[in-house]
Design a protein around this ligand. Structure first.
Ligand SMILES: [Zn+2]
Ligand SMILES: [Zn+2]
Length: 252
């Protein structure tokens, strides 16, 4: 279930991102990729502005030497990147180049014409990598995945970002985290109910149970009989898992 956010720019960014994903996958809507490029680029600019706003809301305005009003001009991509760098929030130069490439396509659409290109999809995918490096960096202990519609998140991972690469990276992180010298106890790993991968590490990140594929905290609880891990919400009222519960009923 997606969570509401108290940051209006963030909410706006996620909405544009979700629209972009829908347009990216829609092969029936006329010129769907034109709208996907516009929405994805808009989402990226909004994530940058959200990062600035969380540092100081005035930073989103272009001219901060004059009094700012609600309708004052806001910063563009280049200014936002520079201001973030000055505040020690960095965007990898590779990501910056990918976003600039997408920006050119967006400008072409906004100001001149839309020429469909065979690599529109890879152009969007490259720019969206910031969802995996830059966005988690400024969200700190919040997880983007908690705020995106579950189905759209799966589409994002499956069709836009390279699914196999994401999974390999997640598995690598889990392995690094759980490999311990013989004799020591490593963190427990269990299957995540959201993605179905064995990439959920108990107390894996910032004291939370965390799925390294979904990139989100997934609170888990142990069944008091069999010690298997289950989603905390499932064992909220009963401390036993369904299997142990039915075994007990048979006994009683
Ligand atoms: Zn997962
Ligand atoms: Zn059990």
């Amino acid at each position: 279930m997606k969570k509401p956010s108290s940051h209006p720019i963030f909410t706006n960014a996620v909405d544009s991102l979700e629209h972009g994903i829908r347009m990216y996958r829609d092969d029936t809507y006329p010129n769907a990729h034109k709208y996907a490029v516009l929405a994805v680029y808009q989402a990226i600019e909004l994530f940058l502005k959200d990062a600035l706003c969380r540092i100081n809301p005035v930073l989103i305005f272009a001219d901060i030497d004059k009094q700012v009003r609600d309708d004052s001009r806001t910063v563009g991509f280049k200014e936002a990147v520079a201001r973030l760098a000055n505040s020690s929030v960095h965007i990898a130069s590779e990501s910056r180049q990918s976003i600039e490439r997408l920006q050119k396509r967006r400008n072409m659409i906004e100001h001149r014409e839309y020429k469909p290109s065979g690599d529109d999809c890879s152009c969007m995918a490259d720019a969206l990598k910031i969802l995996y490096d830059f966005v988690p960096q400024y969200l700190k202990d919040e997880c983007l995945a908690d705020y995106i519609d579950d189905d759209l998140l799966t589409e994002l991972q499956t069709f836009i970002l390279d699914y196999e690469t994401l999974l390999t990276e997640a598995e690598k992180e889990v392995k690094e985290l759980t490999s311990v010298p013989p004799g020591d106890f490593g963190s427990a790993v269990t299957e995540c109910l959201h993605c179905g991968h064995a990439t959920l590490v108990i107390v894996g990140k910032d004291n939370n149970d965390y799925c390294f594929f979904c990139r989100r905290a997934v609170p888990m609880t142990q069944c008091c009989d069999c010690s298997c891990y289950y989603p905390a919400e499932m064992l909220e009222e009963v401390s036993r898992c369904p299997e142990c519960l039915s075994a007990q009923c048979e006994k009683d």
